[in-house]
Design a protein around this ligand. Structure first.
Ligand code: SF4
Ligand code: SF4
Length: 348
């Protein structure tokens, strides 16, 4: 890990230079208080304060809709895989979203490698932006162990006042920094300031769960009949928004689009959501999770039990997007704490 400094006044030119070689996606304010990752011409400076973007940056690695292959049925059947990628930089990514991408890396590269994802990921440079205080009331990143991030980024920026401290993590991070910016020796003063800010920030982040996150798989395993699912059954609208905005949800549906000639077409995928009514319908017509309460129970078990047991890490990274997006204010922290309260005998 190499440490360097960039003056705030030089970030704009660094950003512009990156655009010579990469498509650069930065953060911009779409409307008051709502931010998006988008291809921006210039470095805007909401980075210090921006709340989690409406959609997470995973959309550049796993797009909402994507063509997987093109096919023709006549005169001979022909199938042509479509795998698109380009050199891109995600600029200003928060630690929670880097954790989200790290989880998707594991999902899409284990068992059956998903080339549509891994090729994009291989060409993506991530420049992170450390959080020194909670970005908004729904953030619970510290509660799920996602405030600090050790890997998954190339460069991490930390605001230390008139400049950013940069931790350069990878050879790619080093290469682009060497090419586009001037390495400035980190003074002892800068280094001390950086260390102090990182050390002191932890007290600003509340631990919002009533138990350590590592206890959650056991609690959820024994909570199949918890009354909280009945309550969510009554409240949830089954709209799917909580899944769609989540940086770790990765379910997708696959469908074919035929041309009018009915001999050629495309096979596409698009994001799906386990909270939608038809998600668990099978070919014979049965629906294994026909009620909204069952679907919520499944959603929470995916975050804190099934995948957490398999990968030994929480599949909620604490961004709070699902809470902000829910039209009936279903709050993931409240639900987790209700499960903890009702099942606490399970935890020694
Ligand atoms: S479950 Fe909610 S808070 Fe957790 S990562 Fe997904 S959107 Fe963020
Ligand atoms: S956003 Fe809220 S109402 Fe919609 S499916 Fe998710 S929990 Fe239910």
């Amino acid at each position: 890990m190499i440490e360097t400094i960039i003056n705030k006044s030089d970030v704009g030119s660094f950003y512009k230079c990156l655009k010579e070689e990469f498509t650069v996606y930065g953060v911009k304010e779409k409307e008051e208080g709502f931010y998006v990752f988008d291809e921006t011409d210039e470095f805007a400076d909401p980075l210090d304060d921006y709340k989690p973007t409406i959609l997470p940056p995973k959309k550049y690695l796993f797009p909402q809709q994507e063509t997987l292959l093109r096919f023709e049925t006549q005169p001979q059947p022909v199938i042509q895989p479509v795998i698109e990628s380009k050199k891109q930089i995600l600029f200003g990514v928060r630690p929670c979203d880097i954790h989200g991408i790290n989880l998707l890396d594991r999902i899409f590269s284990s068992d059956h490698e998903d080339l549509n994802y891994t090729r994009k990921r291989a060409e993506t440079v991530i420049i992170g932006m450390n959080c020194l205080r909670p970005c908004y009331e729904h953030a619970h990143c510290a509660s799920v162990g996602c405030l600090d991030v050790d890997d998954g980024y190339d460069i991490m920026m930390t605001d230390i006042g008139s400049s950013f401290h940069l931790s350069i993590k990878t050879p790619m991070g080093q290469e682009i920094f060497d090419r586009y910016a001037n390495l400035v020796e980190v003074s002892n003063e800068d280094r001390d300031k950086f260390r102090k800010l990182i050390k002191e920030r932890i007290d600003k982040f509340e631990m919002k769960f009533a138990t350590d996150v590592s206890n959650l798989p056991l609690l959820f395993k024994n909570a199949d009949n918890d009354p909280v699912w009945d309550e969510l059954n009554d409240r949830c609208l089954g709209c799917g928004r909580c899944n769609i905005v989540c940086p770790t949800c990765y379910c997708f549906d696959v469908f074919d689009c035929m041309e009018l000639n009915m001999t050629s077409g495309e096979r596409c995928r698009e994001w799906d959501a386990c909270t939608l009514k038809d998600f668990a319908v099978v070919a014979t017509g049965e629906n294994f999770r026909s009620t909204r309460g069952q679907r919520q129970r499944h959603r929470f078990n995916r975050k804190f039990n099934y995948l957490m047991t398999k990968y030994n890490t929480s599949f909620c990274v604490g961004c709070g997007r699902c809470v902000r997006s829910c039209p009936v204010n279903i709050d993931i922290v409240e639900t987790v704490n209700a499960v903890i309260k009702n099942n606490k005998a399970e935890v020694k």
